[in-house]
Write a protein that binds this ligand. Structure first.
Ligand code: FAD
Ligand code: SF4
Length: 461
């Protein structure tokens, strides 16, 4: 029977005072009873508008219908037929702006908790045996980067019988899923399980392999790969270009998060150094800023987020902002940093800022922040983390003839529908093409590119 509740079934969470003391996962996931209760809120709409909001086209009412029937393996089969990484997406996708934003139930109350249900089904079937390995078709494709775009492209091609090798620059596979998004939002054991199912499909992952340095794209073709997919992400951090950015105690969010997450600096037994500052200012208002701030809080700092617009314009997911506030992180809004000051030994001591007000919308459509004259002030801080954006690393484009990039350093697509770059046989997707975006968009791009690579190789035959 339909559940008429206008609000989502709450998901159990660790209490804020407990979670700031450790890196354990914050949201604990539904019990089977809670999942059934939430699934019963779905109206199984005939036109299912929610599906149009999913970049990989998950058949949402169908999989939720299976939960209603108590058939969790059936739900998983439907889910996994479209989404290779459901346990990850169920945790980190911005569903509130995608499938859930289009849900009929959101017209009078809260949408169905599609993400929470996705996570429930994925977690409940993590130990299910993987599908049988497909028969080999005798063709080899190279994938550069093991983030969500590369993993999805690899999985999709492997399921069609291709021999796939992923080349990953870091010592661990997973891209931002392992080096950026913290353990308390996405446990690394979950990423490892999703990677295992790819390896079961026959995908080889070669870590410590930097394409453009260890070998070039041309050398991959010379090794017999018939096509190359580039999913190298956007790992080059941006800085504000203000005085003082070279002082001790200034980090890019990428470095800060990589040290804490991938290199496990949060663990007392780890040998990775990271500054254990008493006070940290994180500059920026996106997911990366929230993650850096919440990590800093967990390693013992009083944390301030410094953002030049208002709360309404914060680009981070609502849930992340809510969690950050619950954890005691201070939001200093309408504030623009002008300079970082240091003590006589070169260690950061304060952030010199200016008050802003909002003006007319700028080119991005968001209200333009305007400085308020005579409003400069200092925030005392020992550490500054810059989380103002990332762009693609130029290594591959600089070492591959014929690969064009735009003025932001993003790879240009000669055929956007096919995800084909300006170099024949080289496809690309994810943040390397769009600039910093989302997991599910990267996955959608990887999937489309895989379909195009399949047609390209079949045509060549
Ligand atoms: P990436 O995940 O960046 O993976 C690229 C991989 O390529 C990396 O492993 C890199 O080491 C490798 N590589 C790079 N160059 C080379 C080379 N030359 N040779 C070999 N390998 C190479 N999105 C969400 O949807 N929800 C969130 O909550 C969210 N939170 C985020 C939090 C943080 C801290 C960050 C940084 C991003 C977050 N994002 C989030 C964005 C999301 O993670 C990215 O959009 C997504 O990971 C992009 O996937 P990708 O496959 O394009 O690249
Ligand atoms: Fe269910 Fe909402 Fe999709 Fe309708 S729009 S099928 S209620 S999830």
């Amino acid at each position: 029977m339909a559940n008429k509740s206008t609000i989502k079934t709450p998901i159990p969470e660790l209490a804020p005072e407990v979670r700031v003391t450790n890196f354990s996962e914050v949201a604990l996931g539904y019990t089977p009873e809670q999942a059934k209760e939430e699934a019963d809120r779905c109206l199984n709409c005939k036109k299912s508008p929610c599906v149009a909001g999913c970049p990989v086209g998950v058949q949402i009412p169908e999989f939720i219908g299976k939960i209603q029937e108590g058939d969790i393996p059936g739900a998983a089969e439907i889910l996994k037929s479209k989404n290779l990484l459901p346990a990850i997406c169920g945790r980190v996708c911005p569903q509130e702006t995608q499938c859930e934003a289009l849900c009929i139930r959101a017209k009078k109350g809260e949408s169905v908790g599609v993400g929470r249900l996705e996570r429930f089904v994925a977690d409940a079937t993590l130990d299910a045996p993987p599908p049988p390995k497909p028969a080999a078709n005798g063709h080899k494709v190279a994938v550069v980067g093991s983030g969500p775009s590369g993993l999805t492209c690899a999985g999709e091609l492997a399921s069609r019988g291709y021999e796939i090798t992923i080349f990953e620059a870091l010592h661990k596979a997973g891209g931002v899923l392992v080096y950026g998004i913290p353990e308390f939002r996405l446990p690394k054991a979950i990423v490892a399980r999703e990677l295992q199912s790819l390896e079961h499909m026959g995908v080889t992952i070669k870590t410590n392999s930097i394409v453009g340095r260890t070998f070039t794209v041309d050398e991959l073709f010379a090794q017999g790969y018939e096509a190359v997919f580039i999913g190298s992400g956007a790992g080059l951090p941006s800085f504000l270009g203000i005085p003082g950015e070279a002082y001790n105690g200034v980090y890019s969010a990428n470095e800060y998060l990589t040290r804490i997450n991938l290199m496990k600096a949060y663990d007392a037994d780890s040998r990775t150094p990271v500054q254990r500052a008493k006070t940290v200012c994180v500059i920026g208002g996106g997911n990366v800023a929230m993650d850096a701030a919440r990590c800093a809080r967990r390693i013992g700092a009083e944390v301030t987020i410094v953002y030049r617009r208002t709360e309404k314009e914060l680009p981070a997911r609502l849930e992340e902002i809510h969690h950050a506030k619950e954890e005691g992180i201070v939001f200093k809004l309408l504030t623009n940093p002008l300079r970082i000051d240091a003590d006589e030994k070169g260690w950061v001591k304060s952030l010199h800022c200016q008050q802003m007000k909002l003006g007319e919308p700028d080119a991005s459509g968001r209200a333009r922040p305007i400085p308020v004259e005579g409003s400069e002030f200092d925030i005392e801080t020992e550490c500054v983390v810059m989380a103002i954006g990332n762009s693609p690393n130029p290594l591959i484009s600089q070492t591959t003839e014929g690969l064009e990039v735009n003025r932001h350093g993003c790879l240009v697509l000669a055929d956007e529908e096919a995800m084909l770059t300006t170099r024949p046989g080289v496809y690309a997707g994810g943040d390397a093409v769009t600039g910093a975006a989302t997991v599910i968009l990267a996955m959608g791009a990887g999937k489309t590119a895989a379909q195009s690579i399949d047609s390209y190789i079949k045509r060549k035959k």
